[in-house]
Design a protein around this ligand. Structure first.
Ligand SMILES: [Zn+2]
Length: 504
């Protein structure tokens, strides 16, 4: 499970991968899967009466589910990744929420889930009442001993103070069980998958009844207030809202040496529009952070301003560092402004910043193609992400799906005229579970003085799991095109293209 409560990491199977395999940019986390997890956890709560299920329900509700719908309520995410480069489309061909999809399960699940939220706030067992969610409003609960009216006054999740006024139909004894969320008890999730760093483990929540602080018994994650109740009794809960720094279990490779920010039930993220640059942003756990509520931003959200560092590490071993300010917003509210990058997990130290590959003639070029499947991206062919095999599904790719047996091409328009003497192409091939194969044949053209010229390469080999290379006499060119003939009945694709050329 992701920190957002999202589940189902694998895009291609819409399922789970290996244990601890939680890639951030390639996370699938379908909105529907978040709904399913909430429904399942609610039923487990009804069966067991344990707050850990409602902790996951709440974490998912405010984060991995709510991100699935726009603030305007009419646009939707299908996948809910925890990282975005601002370039590679992830939402069925888009970087933004869409009004509808070919298979439009997510929008209709959101439209059912949101209006049902009031039904998850309270629960009863015998004469007892469980308060599971803190949401301002009035509820009328039927218990074994008659009706009880509960009025919640709160600004949760922005504020941790909650006042619950109890008005039983008949005065009498019963237990009010108020959920003390895992995040307020120093436990982000009921396992060792994530943990808070620093002093967040201090348990400093308090419960008062009619103004008097109680030494409350805690049972299965609930503060149990078992007493005679009469109309007008008020319970005041104070939950510790502060900036929490989260670390993932070291077995989660994607989050190793990284940190995420939370406040209350909300997971925060960093967006390009609020920050000078996300690549190389370092936030050390425990960095000074200032929370404030901005009523004008994103329909009214709390923002966290932090002090961090910008670090640039290059392949040649040089490292530049400079202090920077960074702003985090609630994850659910991302991608509502301009298209750009987003990160939930940022580097926790300078040495966690990935070494940046030195730009090449290919990576500086503009990529285009005869066709690209909506879930893929043309930009994948020169993003400098090295495949580990032709069936590598962990990196972005271009496929010509669902074209089969056709003639297709990919093209790199160079930043200027360059001397090019060879092309390397890493083909995508998902034999065994897909319909993409290496092409039947391929050839290379270079554009010289606005004319395409076929460069003499002889018969070009086609192979899997390595770059296929075409070498030729150096040509001064401003664009390189790779033409392919797909195998009969099959589609195909490209993971990466390299050029033999001096850097621009
Ligand atoms: Zn769906």
């Amino acid at each position: 499970m992701y920190l957002t409560g999202g589940i189902g990491a694998q895009r291609n199977t819409e399922g789970f991968g290996e244990d601890y395999d939680l890639p951030n940019a390639d996370a699938y986390n379908e909105t529907c899967a978040a709904v399913a997890s909430m429904l399942w956890n609610h039923r487990m709560f009804l069966l067991e009466g344990d707050s850990k299920y409602m902790d996951i329900f709440e974490r998912t509700l405010y984060n991995g589910f709510l991100s699935g719908v726009s603030l305007s309520g009419d646009r939707f995410f299908y996948p809910n990744p925890l990282s975005c480069d601002g370039v590679t489309p992830f939402n069925q061909g888009s970087l933004q929420r869409a009004p509808w999809f070919g298979t439009s399960c997510c929008p209709v699940n959101v439209v059912r889930m949101l209006p049902s939220v009031p039904g998850y706030v309270y629960a009863t067992r015998g004469n007892d009442i469980y308060v599971n969610l803190y949401i301002a409003g009035v509820g009328e609960i039927q218990t074994g001993a008659g009706a009880v009216r509960l009025t919640q006054e709160t600004r949760y999740p922005w504020d941790g103070k909650v006042r619950v006024t109890v008005e039983p139909e008949h005065a009498g004894r019963f237990a009010l069980r108020c959920r003390i969320p895992g995040w307020a008890r120093g436990e982000p999730v009921p396992s060792d998958l994530y943990e808070y760093s620093g002093d967040a483990e201090i348990q400093d929540w308090t419960v008062r009844v009619n103004g008097e602080q109680l030494g409350v018994q805690s049972e299965r994650g609930y503060a149990v207030i078992d007493r005679e109740w009469k109309a007008g009794d008020a319970v005041t809960l104070d939950l510790p809202m502060r900036t929490n720094f989260v670390r993932a279990n070291p077995r989660v490779g994607a989050d190793r040496n990284r940190v995420a920010i939370e406040r209350g039930p909300l997971v925060y993220c960093f967006e390009g529009v609020d920050n000078r640059a996300l690549e190389g942003l370092v936030i050390e756990p425990g960095s000074p952070g200032q929370w404030s509520f901005d009523p004008a931003l994103l329909g009214g959200v709390g923002v966290i301003d932090l002090v961090g560092e910008h670090v640039r590490r290059l392949e040649d071993g040089t490292t530049d560092r400079e202090p920077t300010e960074a702003r985090a917003i609630p994850y659910y509210a991302w991608a509502q402004r301009e298209v750009g990058p987003m990160e939930v997990w940022v580097a926790a130290s300078a040495d966690a910043v990935p070494v940046r590959p030195v730009p090449t003639a290919a990576s500086c070029a503009a990529a285009s193609a005869s066709h690209c499947w909506a879930n893929d991206s043309v930009r994948a062919i020169n993003d400098l992400r090295e495949p580990v095999s032709s069936s590598d599904e962990t990196i972005p790719r271009l496929t010509w799906w669902d074209h089969r047996g056709t003639a297709e091409w990919v093209q790199l328009d160079l930043a200027g005229v360059c001397e090019v003497s060879g092309v390397g192409v890493y083909w995508f091939d998902d034999t065994g579970h897909g319909q993409c194969r290496v092409p039947a044949s391929w050839r290379v053209l270079c554009r010289v003085a606005n004319e395409w010229r076929r460069v003499e390469t002889g018969e070009l080999a086609v192979q899997k799991d390595a770059y296929c290379h075409a070498g030729f006499g150096a040509v001064r060119t401003d664009a390189v095109r790779v033409e392919v003939r797909l195998q009969d009945g099959f589609s195909g694709g490209v993971l990466e293209v390299k050029l033999d050329s001096a850097a621009p």
